[in-house]
Design a protein around this ligand. Structure first.
Ligand code: DGT
Ligand code: CA
Ligand code: CA
Length: 572
């Protein structure tokens, strides 16, 4: 079991306890533990394996949680959670995916109305039963009703961060087996999609039984759902299901190509094979009955007259035509990124100090960072007013003096308020090195008001970039209604940069929007929005999103040095 997975289980325990009305301190203990695990750079499994590894010494992890982590690493389970899951129906937990419905409200729906599923919740809303409950009201009822379709969709898929961590752990474990040659993840996970419906793993072996036994014994696996000659389907404790397919070496490339998808991409590739008198399937490329190729993806693509195409692009959105015309460009890579312009510290809702963030960024090879804590509107996150912000900047300048080898910018993540004004006035914004403007509240406003807010922010002479432009959260918050053509045109006209926020919950802009922004000539920044020193781990998800948008190093502003990036800004 990996950190993120255990953290997810702890969060689930906390949710379930809270739904049951348990003591707040108990609930908080699990949430704090989860947050600590999410923020760790080392794996808990390694900590446990090191004598005196110091799990208990970690912030938020006491004796009790430490022993639960140990059990989770060894068995893939938290026994208490299994019990709680028996007590609270799964459908009740699913209601938590609706934005605005926390465990306390869900508990009321469950206890007072006996609602046990999203479908029942929908019925109750439509019958007007929710608004009759104490603490709910008509507005809440309407907002719940609107959130149900999104919650139903989100439930079927898993965030890429969760999916990939599981997939990589399983691939690494299968690699240990001597009878396995190559093994790799395929499907949407290999294409670096934002979310995955299930995982697809391929392995070369002539002993498929050994491979399947090994997978079945993996502590991440909850249950074997089906097992055949060459294919096994399992469910992991996180809930995600995984297909393992065992193939012979001569089919590996063809199988990787086939099972990486997407279906839309594969249809065109297969058609190209047919046009060349070939037949392509997951076993290989054939002329009649004669095997022509299939051991590597490169030879499969070459046989249909194409260079190898990066998995991130395989959506049949023009990548095949570009590859054919020799117009494949080198996509941006994690190593190209020189700076990170969106992060938090203990001044607002971050876990680390300015200095800790700077040291961690430097250790990862970043050359500059902007500290962008929240502005005052975000009171829940201890947002800063002008006075506190100026104090904070003073502290940042001090750290800048003390830490060499990295540029530390005095920034701010400034809310664009519901009435389209900025949360901080121009005078204080004008003193910042870097201003990233964002929508946090009122995301459900009508398109006209959302656009007014975004356009006002873009026209504000002190705003350098718009962060997580749509405001969406993949698991529970739909995007704001944006007229993208107008938005991109305005950003391009005023020299405002746009962000791909790398947090796996956000990945905002998405691939299609980021590609559209590029056609307007807008430089994109990829930021981690780190709330701890481990937040920098998210960079790869942002880079993957940019790659799926077809973006190159030149398209990403923070692949430049800070002085060069500054030249892109209108205030330079
Ligand atoms: P997911 O799991 O919903 O996140 O998305 P994928 O892309 O991983 O889809 P999945 O797991 O159903 O199948 C993996 C890949 O296998 C898919 O991307 C393309 C290929 N594939 C599966 N079924 C078909 C099919 O009926 N026709 C074609 N051409 N390809 C298929
Ligand atoms: Ca899949
Ligand atoms: Ca699958």
């Amino acid at each position: 079991m990996q950190n993120q997975q255990i953290a997810a289980l702890f969060n689930e325990v906390a949710d379930l306890l809270e739904i049951q009305g348990a003591n707040t301190f108990r609930v908080r203990a699990y949430r704090n533990g989860a947050r600590t695990l999410e923020g760790l750079t080392v794996s808990v499994a390694d900590l446990l394996a090191t004598p005196g590894g110091g799990l208990e010494a970690l912030d938020g992890i006491g004796k009790d949680l430490a022993s639960k982590i140990k059990v989770a690493v060894e068995t893939g389970q938290i026994p208490q959670l299994e019990e709680l899951r028996q007590q609270v129906p799964h459908g009740v937990v699913e209601m938590l995916r609706i934005s605005g419905l926390g465990p306390k409200k869900v508990a009321v729906l469950f206890r007072e109305l006996g609602i046990q599923s999203l479908a029942q919740l929908k019925e109750a809303c439509e019958a007007g039963k929710i608004s009759e409950l104490k603490g709910f009201g008509k507005k809440t009822e309407q907002s719940i009703l609107e959130g149900i379709p999104h919650a139903m969709e989100a439930g079927k898929r898993f965030l890429i961060s969760v999916a990939r961590e599981s997939a990589e752990a399983i691939v690494a474990d299968l690699k240990q087996l001597p009878s396995i040659g190559q093994v790799s993840v395929a499907g949407s996970c290999r294409r670096c999609q934002e979310t995955c419906g299930d995982l697809d793993v391929l392995a070369i072996s002539d002993d498929s039984a050994a491979a399947m036994d090994r997978l079945a014994a993996n502590p991440l696996v909850e249950k074997v759902l089906a097992r055949g000659e060459t294919k096994q389907r399992v469910r992991l404790h996180t809930g995600i299901e995984l297909d393992l397919r065992v193939v012979p070496a001569e089919s590996y490339g063809a199988a990787m190509q086939y099972f990486t998808g997407s279906k839309e991409h594969n249809i065109v590739i297969r058609r190209r094979a047919i046009e060349r008198g070939l037949k392509l399937n997951e076993y290989g490329l054939f002329r009649g009955d004669e095997y022509v190729a299939g051991a590597t993806e490169e030879e499969v693509y070459a046989a249909v007259g194409l260079p190898w195409i990066p998995p991130e692009l395989r959506e049949n959105r023009g990548e095949i035509e570009r590859a054919e015309a020799g117009k494949q460009e080198r996509l941006v890579e994690v190593a190209d990124i020189q700076g990170d312009l969106h992060m938090h510290t203990t001044a607002s809702d971050g876990k680390a100090t300015i200095r800790e963030m700077a040291e961690a960024a430097k250790a990862r090879g970043l050359k500059y960072i902007a500290i962008t804590d929240h502005s005052k509107r975000v009171s829940m996150a201890n947002g800063l007013d002008a006075t506190r912000l100026r104090e904070h900047w003073k502290a940042i300048r001090k750290v800048r003096e003390e830490v060499s080898g990295i540029e530390i910018l005095c920034g701010i993540e400034c809310d664009i308020l519901e009435d389209a004004t900025m949360d901080l006035d121009d005078e204080v914004l004008s003193e910042a090195d870097w201003v990233i403007a964002v929508l946090h509240y009122g995301l459900k406003q009508p398109r006209e008001q959302i656009m007014l807010r975004l356009l006002n922010a873009i026209r504000n002479p002190h705003v350098d970039a718009i962060g997580h432009p749509t405001g969406r959260m993949l698991s529970n918050r739909p995007a704001a209604d944006i007229d993208f053509t107008t938005f991109f045109q305005a950003a391009a006209d005023h020299g405002v940069l746009l962000e791909i926020n790398a947090s796996p919950e956000r990945l905002d802009l998405d691939d299609i929007q980021a590609a559209a922004a590029k056609t307007h000539g807008i430089p994109i920044i990829i930021d981690t929005d780190s709330h701890s020193t481990n937040g920098f781990n998210a960079l790869r998800y942002g880079v993957d999103q940019a790659r799926r948008a077809g973006l190159t190093k030149a398209d990403i502003a923070n692949t430049r040095s800070w002085p060069e990036l500054k030249r892109l800004l209108r205030n330079s």
